[in-house]
Design a protein around this ligand. Structure first.
Ligand SMILES: NC(=O)c1ccc[n+]([C@@H]2O[C@H](COP(=O)([O-])OP(=O)(O)OC[C@H]3O[C@@H](n4cnc5c(N)ncnc54)[C@H](O)[C@@H]3O)[C@@H](O)[C@H]2O)c1
Length: 381
């Protein structure tokens, strides 16, 4: 059956949409694999950047046809006027996710009946000021029968799905969840990440993926139980000094806006189990390190390096086999970004929001959690 070619537009010509060396993300290359799409516009006020990415795409013999009629735009309202079927919103959260006119990007698209894929974090506005806006976005999607997905790609990772399956088969409740996410910071990086005003800091911006997995794998958190401590640049003993930053990344950022170097948080899940999260900005190079351990009575699951092209799920299980032995499930080349976008495009074609694992409404809860972790730590400076 011949499917209709969907007209899509990108808002943001940055790394999430078009990649950069050393990072695994690049939505355009996944959408090229999926096919059946025509890119009608790329919006970015930085026209050097949008021109460069478009020229690179046009130079590819395999995918040039997808961009043949693509226009370079500087304001998302121009794209809105072109009525694409789908808009990909991948700009820093300081420029979207807000009721302020000109930053209410996702709301304007869903109001126009256009399907939306929007990146995490949802916003940088404090949750209590963001709630009403988030509700209007969700409600408008429902009323207009528009599909919206938030970029929590790990929900589509084969190893995460396997974890959920093993937990279900084992039975019982999760007793302990422990996520460690270590940011490698000494090579090429995005300078704006180092300023909490632009991305909301490392928990709201980065560790949000692991807060989201805590909720996805275990369930919601009893927010009253949450406790956080942070190591900051301003630490009296000097333990928070970063001596290997590239491109003077922090020189023009006041100390109180610099991101925490270590964040350690713990909480109780509503189901009773305990959770911990540790984020640090310490590793050399550009390779992040991430591990999640989940423990139930008689079962341990360790997800190792889900960002890498090969990741491992290490299982130690009382049921079946040797209880002292680990069993490794190796996931080679499981492209979680491709799984996520493929599901999104299918959901759009079927107008079926239920296929989406991360709705705006659900992502709002992860957003609240990341803010609670951040605020708990900040008050103790
Ligand atoms: N899911 C993931 O794994 C993942 C990975 C990377 C980034 N992200 C998210 O994607 C978003 C963008 O990050 P990035 O790394 O691509 O940033 P980036 O700095 O590489 O690019 C952002 C681009 O947006 C443009 N821009 C800013 N305001 C704009 C506006 N109003 N209209 C159009 N363009 C505008 C900038 O000029 C810039 O070119 C962030 O929310 C980030 O958290 C998600």
């Amino acid at each position: 059956m011949n499917e209709k070619t969907l007209k899509i537009g990108f808002i943001g010509a940055g790394a999430i949409h078009f990649g950069r060396p050393e990072v695994p993300w690049d939505h355009a290359s996944r959408l090229e694999k999926i096919g059946g799409l025509e890119v009608i516009g790329i919006v970015d006020p930085d026209t050097c950047r949008s021109e460069k990415v478009l020229n690179e795409r046009l130079a590819s013999l395999d995918h040039e046809h997808m961009y043949a009629n693509c226009r370079l735009l500087t304001d998302y309202k121009e794209l809105l006027g072109m009525k694409p079927d789908v808009a990909f919103i991948g700009i820093p959260p300081a420029h979207r996710g807000s009721p302020i006119e000109g930053k209410n990007v996702e709301l304007e698209f869903v109001q126009a009946g256009i399907h939306v894929f929007v990146e995490k974090p949802l916003s940088i506005v404090p949750p209590e000021e963001f709630f009403a806006y988030a509700y209007s976005v969700s409600e408008t999607c429902r009323i207009n029968n528009v599909v919206l997905s938030v970029g929590y790609m790990f929900r589509y990772h084969a190893a995460v799905l396997k974890m959920k399956e093993l937990i279900q088969n084992h039975g019982g409740k999760v007793m302990a969840f422990n996520a460690r996410y270590y940011f490698a910071y000494t090579q090429e990086t995005n300078k704006q990440w180092f300023n909490t005003d632009f991305f909301g800091g490392p928990i709201v911006e980065q560790a949000t993926h692991f807060c989201d997995l805590a909720r996805y794998i275990v369930g919601d958190i009893d927010m009253t139980s949450l406790h956080t401590i942070m190591l900051n640049d301003s630490d009296k003993g000097g333990a928070g000094k970063l001596n290997n930053l590239v491109s003077q990344a922090e020189d023009d950022i006041p100390s109180n806006k610099r991101i925490p170097r270590v964040t350690l948080s713990h909480w109780r899940f509503q189901d009773g189990g305990l959770g911990t999260l540790m984020h640090s900005v310490t590793l050399p190079g550009s390779r992040y390190q991430a591990t999640i351990d989940v423990q139930l009575d008689g079962l341990q699951l360790s997800l190792i390096d889900p960002y890498e092209s090969t990741s491992v799920l290490r299982v130690r299980n009382l049921k079946g086999g040797n209880p002292n032995q680990d069993q490794d499930f190796v996931f080679e080349n499981d492209d979680t970004y491709l799984n996520e976008l493929d599901t999104f495009i299918k959901a759009v074609r079927q107008r079926n929001q239920s296929l989406i694992k991360s709705s705006y409404e659900d992502a709002m809860k992860t957003y609240e959690l990341t803010w609670a972790i951040r605020r708990q730590g900040e008050v103790k400076i």
